[in-house]
Design a protein around this ligand. Structure first.
Ligand code: ATP
Ligand code: GCO
Length: 241
């Protein structure tokens, strides 16, 4: 089974000034290992009282065109007070022209863009952001691996990279892209991105423990809630490492 998140009653999380560890407010879960942080343990009022320490988070919101990366990333950045980086804004003009002409990008077109996004996230942390949310399709595992190297390049031992993969079927995405006005990603690009897509599989999720999968078929409110549960779990989990 892949890691997924469930709907839950949402409570805001509070940031504790470092190095304050989680307090007794965490109650009966205080001796529980990270892996036991299920959404059900988060849906109680206790979740609201759990402390997040001084980890610096890079949240990469991923998935094919039209899955809601920009919409959800802006929401998450706002909710957690993180910086927001819109990945589309960092493509070279040649890439934009290609996509607008309906020509899918290839690996070579994407490498420098991925590296740039990784580095932009690190710059944001270095400039003082407590976290940063980045939109990036990151369709293939090797692309996610490029972004994972942020850990190697960061002097900050508390930096964490997490992927929030927005999962949807092709029909849902085609409908959303068709309804969206004035954007260069059209039907053919959704098709090509599905062809290129390597969803994070069980091995990647289990081995690397840095992927949360969020189903985006529901209403915007439902997806925002699912994404919140996923990210709360990540943030609370890393506060206890
Ligand atoms: N849960 C949802 N229900 C209905 N519409 C949605 C939902 N989430 C996003 N949308 C709409 O779907 C469209 C695509 O969303 P968005 O632009 O955020 O996707 P994206 O992944 O950033 O796309 P791209 O990769 O092409 O930039 C937008 O018009 C957005 O308003
Ligand atoms: O990987 C890719 O083919 C592209 O980078 C796209 O996915 C776009 O950046 C984007 O999401 C467009 O809106």
């Amino acid at each position: 089974m892949l890691q997924t998140v469930e709907q839950s009653h949402l409570k805001p999380l509070h940031y504790a000034p470092p190095p304050t560890p989680p307090t007794s407010n965490t109650g009966s879960t205080s001796n529980t290992p990270n892996t036991s942080y299920t959404s059900s343990s988060l849906n109680s009022a206790k979740a609201a009282e759990m402390s997040i320490t001084d980890h610096h988070h890079i949240l990469i919101v991923t998935g094919p065109a039209g899955c809601g990366k920009s919409t959800i990333a802006k929401y998450l950045a706002d909710r957690y007070g993180f910086d927001y980086i819109e990945g589309d804004e960092f493509h070279p003009k040649a890439n934009i022209d290609k996509m607008a002409a309906g020509i899918p990008l290839n690996d070579e077109d994407r490498w420098d863009w991925l590296i740039l996004l990784r580095d932009q996230a690190l710059v944001a942390l270095k400039d003082g952001a407590k976290g940063v949310v980045v939109t990036c399709s990151a369709l293939k595992k090797k692309y996610r691996d490029v972004i994972r190297t942020a850990r190697l390049y960061n002097e900050d031992p508390n930096a964490n990279v997490h992927f929030v993969y927005l999962r949807a079927d092709k029909e849902t995405l085609l409908a959303r892209v068709r309804a969206r006005q004035g954007h260069y990603m059209k039907d053919a690009m959704v098709e090509s991105q599905f062809a290129a897509l390597e969803e994070p599989d069980e091995a990647e999720c289990k081995q690397l423990k840095d992927v949360e999968i969020v189903d985006v078929k529901g209403t915007l409110q439902e997806v925002q809630d699912l994404a919140t549960v996923a990210v709360d779990k990540v943030l609370v989990g890393t506060s206890r490492q």
